[in-house]
Design a protein around this ligand. Structure first.
Ligand SMILES: NC(=O)c1ccc[n+]([C@@H]2O[C@H](COP(=O)([O-])OP(=O)(O)OC[C@H]3O[C@@H](n4cnc5c(N)ncnc54)[C@H](O)[C@@H]3O)[C@@H](O)[C@H]2O)c1
Ligand SMILES: [Zn+2]
Length: 382
């Protein structure tokens, strides 16, 4: 006997781009909420809250102007910004306690305003509470507007492993508000650009050239240029997720070129090195391996290396040569952790010329060592 069960679940969500989402003239959130009139709980990244001290009042005023959009429950919650909120389990409890105290249910909504870490941490708790309270993301960093905030994943770090606990739960909607970027520290303004490089190198050479040719404007924090970079990067990421009807990565691979080493670098630094900063080093490590395999040529390699260097990315850390178990470098274990995250089979995305990609299923220890020594030499001679 057998009962055949087939369930199809479709997710549709919009990614909006705007300025000053809580200006009473701005109707983006109203469009997104579609007159749901539900209870809404808001979480704000603590650093966003410090930089925008009137944000709570503005949110209340906005909802007073558009009561059909929903009812804000009090208090608006502030969550510690940065990787700490994903790493220290104390914040998992604080976030879930806020939700419990607010008496939300599955017809309520959670709005999350913040960097990639706060979006991941609150999004994770939202996605497992009552088997999923819908969440709306308002990403406030370059990285989260380019990449993390528009995707379908939520996670927290545990057992010293990046994103150990997590869910595939798409947001109800996303609003990229460029205004928030004004208060971002230059460090994070630059760091997020590495995710745009990542997607450009493996998907779109003209986007890569656009990024490189706008280095000076981006370094001067020209908002309009950054807006274009974010829009295009978000578009490429969103298309990758929806294409192939495999958003939960059963068979297709995430856009994680340069990420196996990045995750290792971040966690080994105890998250002092931010995700975007680590991705830049991970990109260069994989580009070096790709060059040594003949997948890209020396000119292509140097173009990307110099571009990331010109943006101010630090492209070498001595800890990359830390010795681990069995005479292997510690970073080599990062490959094993990454394999588990991918579901058992190691598949790494590599550039195949600039703007194209291919997949490889192994990297030897010897290749990694030789690429790292080359990176160290490059760093020391420049
Ligand atoms: N879910 C995914 O698919 C996905 C994809 C990529 C990255 N990520 C995750 O995203 C995280 C990195 O995100 P991030 O680069 O945004 O870093 P972040 O969230 O740590 O933010 C960087 C810093 O900027 C502060 N901040 C945020 N917005 C601000 C603003 N407008 N003004 C002033 N300060 C502000 C934050 O509090 C933090 O201190 C990592 O945990 C990474 O794993 C997730
Ligand atoms: Zn990333």
């Amino acid at each position: 006997m057998r009962i055949e069960q087939k369930i199809k679940v479709e997710f549709n969500y919009n990614i909006y781009f705007t300025h000053d989402v809580f200006n009473p003239q701005n109707t983006t959130l109203k469009k997104l909420m579609k007159e749901k009139r539900a209870k809404i709980m808001v979480f704000i990244d603590s650093n966003v809250h410090s930089c925008w001290p009137d944000i709570k009042d503005r949110i209340h005023q906005w909802f007073d102007t558009y009561p059909d959009a929903g009812t804000i429950v009090k208090p608006i919650a502030i969550v510690k910004g940065g990787e700490e909120c994903k790493t220290n389990f104390k914040y998992f409890k604080i976030i879930s306690q806020f939700i419990k105290d607010s008496k939300l249910d599955r017809n309520s909504f959670i709005i999350i305003i913040g960097g990639g870490a706060v979006l991941d941490a609150v999004g994770f708790v939202a996605s497992i509470t009552y088997r999923g309270i819908p969440h709306i993301r308002i990403p406030t960093t370059v990285l989260s507007q380019c990449d993390s905030g528009i995707g379908v994943k939520n996670a927290i770090n545990f057992y010293n492993e990046k994103n150990y606990f997590g869910t595939f739960m798409p947001p109800y909607g996303v609003i990229n508000d460029f205004n928030f970027l004004k208060t971002l520290k230059t460090r994070y303004w630059i760091a997020g650009i590495s995710e745009a490089f990542k997607v450009a190198i493996i998907k779109d050479n003209s986007f890569l050239n656009f990024l490189i040719s706008n280095t000076e404007k981006l370094k001067k924090r020209e908002q309009r240029t950054m807006g274009k970079i974010i829009y295009y990067s978000a578009k490429l990421h969103a298309e990758h997720i929806s294409k192939g009807n495999d958003p939960f990565e059963k068979t297709s691979k995430p856009l994680d070129f340069g990420h196996w080493a990045a995750h290792y670098i971040e966690s080994k630094s105890k998250y002092r090195i931010n995700h975007g900063e680590a991705v830049a080093v991970g990109i260069i490590l994989d580009m070096t391996i790709a060059k040594n395999r003949g997948l890209i040529n020396k000119n292509e390699y140097e173009m990307v290396y110099n571009a990331l260097k010109n943006f101010g990315f630090k492209l070498w850390y001595d800890s990359l040569l830390n010795k681990g178990k069995n005479k292997f470098l510690e970073i080599y274990d990062g490959l094993e952790e990454f394999r588990r995250h991918l579901g058992g089979k190691l598949t790494l995305i590599m550039p195949d010329g600039l703007g194209n990609r291919c997949e490889i299923s192994d990297i030897s220890h010897r290749e990694i060592v030789s690429a790292l020594l080359e990176m160290k030499k490059n760093y020391e001679t420049q």
